[in-house]
Design a protein around this ligand. Structure first.
Ligand code: FAD
Ligand code: DLZ
Ligand code: SF4
Length: 514
């Protein structure tokens, strides 16, 4: 700080999840006439109590990216969290920079969260210079394109959006037809993992001096946040993130589809890519990873069901939830279709519970700042749904604990897909399930205090009674859903005594939960 530049420069603010050299704000700027500002600020680290590994990852990746920008000839000002002059918010740091270094305008690629966008929309008035918010072109579907697709549709189903994105990107297309003659190979995916399946975990990158300094800072300033910064292994540069992705291409991608929904106590990552934290922070480019996956199939290194499944997650789900987020905010965050109000149980922050599935998913989350999709959806998510936990409390937890969590992607997944709080905008039915599902897809139940085959009583798997209690509690809202009709017919065939036993068992469990 302190260099007086002539007021001819543009200030480009680069956020902690915008670590891409192809960022629209950088591409639109001339390094010779641009001041780049990056700041570690307390407000972004604590608006939810982010996991210590997540803060460590973001700060270290920011510092490495700032150094790369400088090497490429950009004039970068980097504000550290412990800079005594640090004013603690992005807005106040931009103000401080402009006081010392007048600029003629500010340019930013749009942020990924609504709250920050709202805040930035007031900056022009405060700073009395133009503030330009550019589209984030790292996404494959612009806001306008998503709105055109969504316009006039009764239901916004991902599958149809995904087909549009296949045509738009040309990925896995043979002319105007899907490769292999089908858009979706899910029917061949989602098997339990055999006990003898061998999984290669993601590569671990030992922290360099820059990362070690960040981790010390995180332990000193955020020791009250969930997790630990110790045993840190994330990549913090694009180069290493690409190495991690190449390891997945070689070892994980061929079996990706088969074990997509499996869960195992001793294999935390199975065949998952473990790249969402890199994609979302900007270290990896979504189109580039999808093209590499397609090439792996075309060269015979991975089967089509796996590659199609992987590409669908990225150009389908990832883009689709972002489209929903920006279309539905700000009202979306407050939705609570099932009027769920129970506070989040304390064990979500500690992993201390007798339910082996939740203990595994939460302990892993605390240690790694990572859990794979089915752990998030069908273990921590389904339990919260069945137990009637406030979707806003669930949302804050997911946003805090995962290294890949930013509201644009986390909120629709949590509030919509997992908690059905949007009443079915995103998912056609709630992801409710009894213990049988977890037992089929995992080895968790074998070591559980509870018995998955027991339906009621103190040692019965809590998911069982909670499942039927959930259906009974929400019959007025869910009975008419055609995809729930079959389960309601089963419930209605139970004798009044059986129904009462389920409900009493669920009630007893929920009482001790609070
Ligand atoms: P893989 O299983 O290997 O999938 C490959 C990639 O596909 C991921 O890296 C991710 O970029 C993308 N992807 C897969 N599923 C989704 C999805 N449903 N939505 C968006 N992208 C997807 N993902 C986040 O990136 N950030 C979040 O904050 C987040 N919160 C979630 C909360 C809940 C309740 C649920 C059910 C899912 C959430 N997801 C979130 C989606 C998904 O769980 C993660 O993207 C995935 O687990 C990341 O691990 P991976 O890289 O090993 O993914
Ligand atoms: C998540 C995060 C954290 C923990 N810290 C910072 C920070 O200090 N500086 C910064 O520019 N960005 C940070 N981020 C990422 C932002 O919160 C993110 O850019 C917004 O949530 C929009 O997606
Ligand atoms: Fe989870 Fe129930 Fe299985 Fe225990 S028995 S691991 S609570 S599903």
């Amino acid at each position: 700080m302190g260099r007086k530049a002539p007021a001819t420069d543009t200030l480009v603010l680069v956020l902690g999840d915008q670590l891409s050299h192809s960022l629209s704000a950088l591409e639109a700027s001339d390094p010779a006439r641009t001041q780049v500002l990056m700041c570690e600020v307390m407000a972004e680290a604590i608006y939810v109590p982010h996991h210590r590994k997540k803060i460590g990852f973001i700060f270290s990746a920011m510092r490495h990216f700032a150094a790369e920008l400088t090497r490429r000839g950009w004039h970068v000002t980097y504000v550290r969290l412990d800079d005594p002059a640090n004013r603690g918010t992005l807005e106040d740091e931009v103000a401080r920079f402009l006081e010392a270094t007048p600029c003629k305008s500010v340019r930013i690629s749009e942020p990924g969260e609504w709250r920050l966008r709202q805040n930035m929309e007031g900056w022009e008035a405060r700073f009395a210079i133009p503030v330009e918010l550019l589209e984030d072109t790292r996404f494959l579907c612009s806001h306008a394109r998503f709105d055109i697709w969504a316009q006039g549709r009764r239901q916004l189903r991902m599958e149809y959006f995904y087909r549009e994105m296949r045509r738009h990107t040309g990925l896995l297309m043979d002319g105007d037809q899907p490769a292999g003659g089908r858009w979706n190979f899910d029917a061949e995916n989602r098997k339990p993992a055999g006990a003898d399946t061998v999984f290669v975990p993601p590569p671990r990158f030992p922290p360099d001096a820059m990362t070690r300094e960040v981790l010390e800072l995180v332990e000193a300033r955020f020791s009250h946040h969930v997790g630990t910064a110790h045993a840190f292994w994330f990549a913090v540069t694009r180069e290493d993130a690409w190495r991690a992705f190449e390891s997945f291409l070689q070892h994980g991608l061929p079996g990706f589809g088969d074990t997509q929904d499996a869960m195992l106590l001793n294999a935390r990552f199975l065949n998952h890519a473990v790249i969402s934290q890199y994609l979302n922070a900007g270290l990896l480019d979504p189109l580039e990873v999808c093209r590499a996956a397609e090439q792996a199939w075309r060269e015979g290194h991975a089967p089509l069901n796996a590659v199609e499944g992987f590409i669908r997650q990225i150009i389908g789900w990832r883009e689709y939830v972002r489209g929903i987020y920006w279309r539905e905010m700000p009202g979306y965050a407050g939705q609570n279709f099932l009027s769920a109000t129970r506070p989040l149980p304390e064990f979500y922050w500690t992993g201390e519970t007798s339910m082996a599935c939740l203990r595994a998913a939460i302990t892993q989350t605390i240690e790694e700042a990572y859990a794979h999709h089915i752990q998030r959806l069908m273990v921590t998510g389904t339990f919260a749904l069945l137990a009637g936990i406030s979707p806003q409390a669930v949302h804050e937890w997911y946003l805090a604990v995962y290294a890949d969590a930013y509201e644009w992607v986390e909120l629709p997944n949590t509030l919509g897909m997992s908690q059905f709080a949007d009443g079915g905008l995103l998912a056609s039915k709630p992801y409710a399930a009894s213990g049988a599902y977890i037992n089929r897809m995992s080895d968790y139940c074998k070591s559980c205090h509870y018995k998955v085959t027991e339906k009621t009583g103190p040692r019965a798997c809590p998911f069982n009674a909670l499942y039927w209690d959930f259906l009974a509690r929400h019959a007025d809202k869910l009975r008419g859903n055609p995809r729930m009709a079959q389960m309601y017919r089963v419930w209605e065939r139970f004798s009044p005594e059986t129904q009462a036993a389920y409900r009493a068992s669920a009630e007893a469990f929920l009482q001790q939960l609070t």
